[in-house]
Design a protein around this ligand. Sequence first.
Ligand code: NAI
Length: 351
Amino acid sequence: MLHRNGLVNVRGMTQIPATLIPGDGIGPEIVQSVLQILDAIGSPFLWETAPAGLGAIATHGDPLPASTLASIRRTKLALKGPLTTPVGGGFKSVNVELRREFELFANMRPATTLIPGGRYDNIDITLVRENLDGFYAAFEHYMPVGDDHKAVAFSAGFNTRAGCRRIIRHAFEYAVAHGRKKVTVVHKANILKALTGIFLDVGREIAPEYAGRVAMDDRIVDACAMQLVLNPWQFDVIVTTNLFGDILSDLIAGLIGGLGLAPGANIGTNAAIFEAVHGSAPDIAGRGVANPAALLLAAGLMLDHAGLPELGTRLRTALREAVVTDGVRTRDLGGTATTSEITAAIIRRIG
Ligand code: NAI
């Protein structure tokens, strides 16, 4: 029976329809692992598996088939494995297309220390990346000069005041909801005076509404990168434009031990898509050694988003116990465990 809120009642158990995109490279391996762990905690998700990426070109002649879009339109909720995007030519990024199609304006990338005693300890930073505009608008072309058809390369980006308001307000609202104390607006308004100056202007316009609850400061992106390495503990919530957010979120993933532990949530008004920050890792695909933790943490964010934070916390706790207490770690975390060994270790901790 389908309720108005999209929940399905199957034999007395409430289930939440959701789209599952296995993705490319290590995608199917880590998705399989996460599904097993979700089953172990009694996951509420009723999956519709949908193709996208290189695999979908082979089966549907399209990296983003209409049936996949229709599924997300129906469920408004998806867990997505990484998708390969050809560098330079080839098809456009399916990730960028999905963000645009469902107006997923906020990319939430929390970086929290899981394994204590690393180069940096007690990191707890959430990066909020504007997900639709900036240089990702992809107004790009070449201009020919003489015989060289690609003599000059152009790229134009844009940020709108409305878009800046939406993402910066989202960052402040996130801070309020999660008991965070400070939002740092990151920009390059000294050089890109219009493109990122508008972002800083809007930050200064919105911050007074949160005075006394959440403080605001700002950083130029290059200085921010250095300070994240020298003293990351000064940061709480960072909000920034699309390209800077892409780069800085990999930097903060490095602070907590690498991409294998960094989840992401793409949030829009009508849909939300959860994924790992990392890509399809073609260098290790098919070898059974990929770390499923980032996608598992993304599934945890998906449970939080679905209003089931107690299940999200169970996933996070089981992962911490398996990796920290039991010391079961994949190679990217300095261990020797395979994907199936870490999966089994997490499931044992769920009990
Ligand atoms: P990548 O994130 O796939 O890999 C970078 C390095 O990290 C590689 O050495 C890889 O083996 C390692 N790594 C990544 N995830 C891992 C995991 N779960 N466990 C263990 N090691 C892991 O970045 P790369 O190589 O630049 O991109 C590969 C492809 O992925 C490209 O086509 C790119 O466009 C795509 N990509 C897709 C994303 C998405 O779907 N959201 C995000 C980033 C890249």
